[in-house]
Design a binder for this molecule. Structure first.
Ligand SMILES: Cc1cc2nc3c(=O)[nH]c(=O)nc-3n(C[C@H](O)[C@H](O)[C@H](O)COP(=O)(O)OP(=O)(O)OC[C@H]3O[C@@H](n4cnc5c(N)ncnc54)[C@H](O)[C@@H]3O)c2cc1C
Ligand code: FES
Length: 265
């Protein structure tokens, strides 16, 4: 487990309650693979006591910059929302396994819900540099236009991009999962990669299984230690028992997760 210090260079409010942190952290910028996360200590003291996990959204080894996208949902993230340039973060990372490579020529479909876009932006960026002819399609969903955070950064890395909002304020109206089966039918991707709320991932997993298209999901589970010791992040596994999101994940083959025990029938 690597421990590092990151310095906040710039905090941008990119949508209401959503913050893009540009940090200087050469060790993590150098070592991160798409899908990995950092476990950040939010304050200097013991409040909050536990670190908070965030996906690496972009890592630039040449400059040492690491970008994190943070949605303010509670105590820790609301503290981050007040941080000014110069704030120093004690972090562990990069942690977790990261996305697996696609088969074939990287004809892939990315499915993002809200801040689940962060690890998919890094993946799209990586596919563009690692594959000679990637074809990246994306479906990006959220409740409203504001939830499609960093969509321009995402769309810029995709050959085809579709936005879906529940209230119709941007893109097609509905759930991102409504668009998935027709898109798979149309483009037959080699791999579907998805990150977002558990309920979304469960539906994505079901649709991909039905269509016999391989699918990887990145899980955003509440975490304690972040390094495999406390079982706080355990999720039910198809093989029985549980798997730890922090060490066996956060990326899993969709078929590895027991979705019925995870989100109910
Ligand atoms: C691998 C991984 C990557 C993540 N990447 C990002 C990211 O890129 N951007 C981002 O904004 N968030 C991300 N998250 C979620 C983020 O870690 C939590 O939102 C954050 O820890 C909440 O901290 P808090 O102190 O503000 O909220 P708390 O006060 O701890 O909780 C606020 C509310 O959110 C719920 N909650 C807390 N953590 C989670 C969680 N992980 N999933 C669902 N509900 C939760 C709590 O039950 C509570 O209701 C990621 C989580 C994981 C495990
Ligand atoms: S967070 Fe402690 S085992 Fe995963």
């Amino acid at each position: 487990m690597a421990r590092a210090l990151a310095t906040l260079m710039l905090r941008e409010e990119v949508a209401p309650g959503h913050y893009l942190l540009h940090t200087d952290c050469p060790e993590v910028a150098e070592a991160s693979a798409p899908g990995q996360f950092v476990h950040l200590r939010v304050g200097d003291g013991t409040d909050p006591l536990l670190r908070r996990p965030f996906s690496v959204m972009l890592a630039q080894p040449a400059t040492g910059e690491v970008q994190l996208l943070v949605r303010a949902v509670g105590r820790g993230t609301e503290i981050i929302a007040t941080h000014q340039a110069g704030t120093r973060y004690d972090l562990l990372g990069p942690l977790g396994n990261g996305w697996g490579a696609p088969a074939g020529e990287a004809n892939v479909l990315l499915v993002a819900g809200g801040v689940g876009v962060a690890p998919l932006i890094f993946l799209a960026d990586h596919l563009r540099s690692a594959h000679p002819r990637p074809y990246v399609r994306a479906l990006f969903g959220g409740g409203t236009q504001d939830a499609l955070v960093c969509w321009t950064e995402f769309a810029a890395r995709c050959e085809e991009f579709t936005a879906v909002t529940e209230d119709g304020s941007a893109g097609d109206q509905g759930l991102v999962t409504d668009a998935l089966a027709p898109e798979i039918e149309r483009s037959r991707p080699d791999m579907v990669y998805a990150c977002g709320p558990d309920a979304m991932l469960a539906v994505v997993a079901g649709i991909c299984a039905q269509a016999e298209v391989p699918c990887q999901v990145s899980m955003e589970q509440w975490m304690g230690c972040g390094v495999g010791a406390c079982l706080g992040c355990a999720v039910p596994a198809t093989a029985g028992g549980y798997v730890r999101v922090c060490t066996e994940g956060p990326v899993f083959g969709a078929e590895e997760i027991d979705w019925e025990r995870m989100v109910g029938p």
